[in-house]
Write a protein that binds this ligand. Structure first.
Ligand code: TTP
Ligand code: MG
Length: 611
């Protein structure tokens, strides 16, 4: 393997793509606001268990923040409007509807969702098509084509100026003028206008504001978007540079990444970040101590790692290696700290690979209670199966089905049939003599074939749930817990997996016919103003991954919790893993955050959100 020390060249970065990253602002709160716009002007907070999982910017302006205890939120803002967000159905549906909306603009169907409120779009093909159409001698009077088939569908735009914010910032605060002869510059500029158009379309047509980043990879588009929150968009300007240098003269990528704390780089997991901090500091890195709101005292930056003497993939392999370490981890981290991320924006999946529903319990130790809970979980599972796996005979999936208009459910068909049922439980360990509990909880799972009656659309959900509990879940439950009592469960999860696609025709593109969409929506083409809507000035700037102190309940020692989307798995390449259940009251194994026990169940549900 070639040694790539601080002065050598990186393997050629593939800057051929243009990728847009969307992060919906205050997502759960926005879902309630979209249902009831009167809430927009009020301080609004969404509660799960006893914590505020998110709040709108009016509430943030008044001192509220994510993962705050409800009692503290009420103290800080007595007139806060609190809504319950335990039932995730409305968030899931809103997320899917927004995703469907955005993916209709995609030509290559490369639109990927992360959790409920983030989407990447690889718009390289649209940008490349449009770059051929602009007149380089008259960039100001360009027309953006949203369809290859119909040249009237699109919008006029000024391709000489980047839309929205840029990094590095322009000195005079004016919009950045594009160098028409620099291909990457022009492509990013075209991408920024598409991003602006989509952002406004999301706001005008769906009622959601978003924060958007434009660059050439998933890593950079996600990170650059965070710079102007909320309701903002940011483009990382060239030169992107290839040479690893100390002064970043000719490399806006490393100049942007360098000041980030190493743990804030997506796909560098919590344990990896700790090992890197320890390596750079030459001593064990403190984590629990010294964390204050918005920054960590133990700050080891990307630059510290990138320019550490002898830094190279092989050294990183040594630092991060160990049993279970994925092959090539050193190269991967070396690339990340240099801003190289060639991971693909995955094509939209038509159906999820599994549907999994669970709840956690303080005490669940009787057979009767377990049966009741299995019934409730089954009801949710059946509803989710109907939403995610059914489509109307005419091809509309259930999220967009206009049921209200006719008052009748149109004939439906299954898009995919799951073949396996899986029941998992997590028994709580008995307390030790000193009343401490072991944290080594493990899930126990049993599987069985899906019974055919589950696909019967003539039966009520209630009747199906009843049958499912008695014919399937209880026999599996007895296999896991043969004793009628003597166990105490902290979690029960029911899932259908092993999907078989039943779609006979090729409908992978989930409604990509943009011409049809425009006809349907009576879209009036309008010239979007290119100035960004100004961000709320008195909101504290939010850096990518804030770490926050919150008071533990009942005088429990303070612990740190993450303030922003921690939905990235160590070594998993942006993938979400529904089964990586973190242990309550400890480090979240999915994202590595230390989450206090009172916030853990809400936090865990957050990771379960994706398909
Ligand atoms: P975020 O993107 O972290 O937050 P947000 O969209 O509410 O706010 P921002 O404008 O700062 O992006 O998370 C998305 C949603 O996930 C959020 O609305 C609530 C939910 N959530 C949880 O349920 N538990 C958690 O631990 C976190 C961090 C979020
Ligand atoms: Mg968000």
């Amino acid at each position: 393997m070639p040694q790539a020390g601080p002065t050598s060249r990186l393997p050629a970065r593939k800057d051929g793509r243009i990728i847009i990253h969307f992060d919906y602002d205050c997502f759960y709160a926005s879902v309630f606001e979209a249902e009831n716009p009167a809430l927009k002007s009020l301080p609004l907070a969404v509660q799960q268990k006893q914590i505020i999982v998110t709040c709108n910017y009016e509430a943030r302006r008044r001192g509220l923040y994510k993962l705050q205890l409800v009692k503290d939120a009420k103290l800080a803002c007595p007139d806060v409007v609190i809504v319950l967000g335990e039932d995730l159905t409305r968030f899931r549906n809103a997320s899917k509807a927004l995703y469907t909306f955005l993916s209709r603009f995609s030509w290559n169907n490369k639109a990927e969702r992360l959790g409920f409120d983030e989407v990447w779009m690889d718009v390289t093909d649209i940008v490349d098509y449009n770059i051929q159409l602009v007149n380089k001698n008259d960039l100001s009077h360009s027309f953006f084509n949203l369809s290859k088939d119909d040249p009237t569908i699109g919008f006029p735009f000024d391709a000489s100026l980047v839309a929205g914010h840029v990094i590095p910032d322009t000195d005079d605060g004016l919009r950045h003028t594009v160098n028409a002869h620099d291909n990457l510059s022009l492509r990013l500029c075209i991408g920024s206008h598409l991003a602006l158009y989509l952002r406004h379309a999301l706001e005008e047509e769906q009622g959601y504001t978003s924060t958007v980043g434009i660059s050439t990879s998933k890593l950079l588009s996600k990170l650059i978007g965070n710079v102007n929150k909320p309701k903002g968009q940011t483009t990382l300007l060239p030169p992107y540079g290839l040479k690893v240098d100390h002064d970043n003269n000719n490399n806006n990528v490393t100049a942007f990444l360098d000041p980030h704390e190493i743990g804030k780089i997506p796909n560098i997991g919590f344990k990896q970040a700790q090992k890197l901090r320890e390596f750079v500091l030459g001593r064990p890195a403190k984590f629990h101590a010294g964390l204050i709101y918005g920054k960590t005292q133990e700050s080891v930056t990307v630059r510290d790692v990138r320019l550490h003497p002898d830094m190279a993939p092989a050294l990183l392999d040594k630092v991060l290696g160990g049993p279970g370490t994925p092959h090539g981890v050193g190269t991967r981290i070396w690339e990340l700290v240099n801003g190289v991320d060639d991971t693909e924006v995955h094509q939209a999946k038509r159906v999820p690979s599994q549907i999994s529903i669970e709840d956690s319990y303080i005490r669940l130790d009787t057979f009767e209670e377990a049966t009741k809970e299995l019934h409730m979980l089954s009801m949710s599972l059946i509803k989710r199966m109907h939403l995610d796996l059914l489509e109307d005979e005419d091809g509309a999936d259930q999220h967009n089905a206009p049921v209200e208009q006719t008052g009748q459910t149109p004939p439906r068909r299954w898009l995919a049939l799951p073949r396996t049922l899986r029941l998992s439980t997590r028994p709580r360990a008995a307390p030790a003599p000193d009343w401490t509990r072991s944290r080594a909880f493990n899930r126990i799972s049993r599987s069985a074939p899906v019974p055919g009656f589950l696909f019967n659309l003539d039966e009520s959900d209630e009747a199906l749930a009843d049958k499912l509990v008695h014919d399937a879940w209880l026999p599996l439950f007895r296999k896991i817990h043969p004793e009628k009592s003597g166990w105490n469960l902290s979690l029960v999860n029911v899932a259908v997996t092993n999907m078989t696609d039943t779609a006979s025709d090729d409908k992978n593109a989930s409604g990509r016919d943009i011409g049809k969409m425009f006809k349907m929506q009576d879209q009036i083409l309008r010239e979007w103003r290119v100035e960004d809507v100004s961000t709320t000035s008195n909101v504290a700037p939010t850096s990518p991954n804030h770490l926050a102190f919150v008071d533990g309940p009942h005088g429990v020692e303070n612990e740190c919790v993450h303030e922003s989307s921690p939905n990235v798995l160590e070594g998993h390449n942006w993938e979400e893993d529904e089964d990586s259940a973190p242990v309550p009251g400890s480090t979240c194994e999915t994202c590595g955050l230390t989450v206090p026990s009172f916030a853990m169940s809400a936090h865990r549900r957050y990771h379960l959100m994706g398909d």
